[in-house]
Design a protein around this ligand. Structure first.
Ligand code: IPE
Ligand code: IPE
Ligand code: MG
Length: 239
């Protein structure tokens, strides 16, 4: 992959929503929509270098998604395994570094093993940093980070008086990633559903009506270009 440097967002995070409604509109089961959605991922990954995006973070399964039927959850877990199996080599060869965020404890050991392997086999890559959030929740992540930080304080390795926001950020799943510049949510819903709560404090948001399986590289390019027109002030006053 060759990287072009326009003034687009460096880190884009996407809440890939609307698979169920996409399937429903076609009289198909929800899982059909999830499969169609998974196919879009490759296209968006390939579009990143053209949009100047170095970091892409995708919300694939939330800590709340366990509330769905057992068959939908099982179908999604099997889809994640299939995605890794099918895409691993291509991702590695295209220079993509893959990471997973979220709590792995509740995931099937077989899937966790595949996630670990994919992280390891792409660890030397740097063209695009693809992060996939599975069993991820912003509050859960902050809770887990706090627990680990508290243990460090209790063990005397960190002084409680020195703890500030940068200390906590070092314990988050995303500790090696920059904050997202742009968060996109498809399907017309205007909420964040527990995604990157800490990290998106100053992100730009784009809510698009398109359902995720219909979201093309062109839509992605348009949204990234529109981002370039935004005035990010971070609380300051611009001249
Ligand atoms: C997003 O699509 C994918 C996941 C949450 C796993 P949905 O499954 O939420 O689709 P809708 O919102 O029901 O249309
Ligand atoms: C958010 O979508 C989670 C993912 C896209 C993985 P949901 O469809 O689960 O969110 P809600 O329930 O509409 O808030
Ligand atoms: Mg949804």
């Amino acid at each position: 992959m060759t990287v072009q440097p326009p003034t687009g967002p460096r880190h884009v995070a996407i809440i890939m929503d609307g698979n169920g409604r996409w399937a429903q509109a076609r009289g198909k089961p929800r899982l059909f929509g999830h499969h169609a959605g998974a196919k879009r991922v490759r296209e968006i990954v390939e579009a990143c270098p053209h949009a100047g995006v170095r970091y892409l973070t995708l919300f694939a399964f939330s800590t709340e998604n366990w509330k769905r039927t057992q068959s939908e959850v099982a179908g999604l877990m099997s889809l994640f395994r299939r995605y890794i199996r099918r895409e691993a080599r291509e991702l590695r060869d295209e220079g993509v570094r893959v990471r997973f965020i979220g709590d792995r404890v509740r995931l099937e050991p077989k899937l966790v093993r595949m996630m670990d392997e994919l992280e390891l086999m792409t660890a030397h890559n740097d063209a695009l940093h693809l992060t996939i959030a599975i069993n991820y929740g912003g509050r859960d992540e902050i809770g887990r980070a706090t627990k680990r930080l508290a243990r460090e304080v209790a063990a005397g390795r960190i002084d409680a008086d020195s703890v500030d926001e940068t200390t906590l950020a070092r314990f988050l799943d995303t500790c090696v990633l920059p904050d997202p510049d742009l968060v996109i949510r498809t399907s017309g819903e205007a909420r964040i559903s527990n995604f990157l709560l800490w990290q998106s404090a100053y992100s730009e948001y784009e809510f698009v009506d398109t359902l995720w399986p219909d979201f093309t590289a062109r839509h992605f390019g348009d949204v990234c270009r529109a981002y370039g027109q935004r005035d990010r002030r971070f609380g300051a006053v611009t001249a």
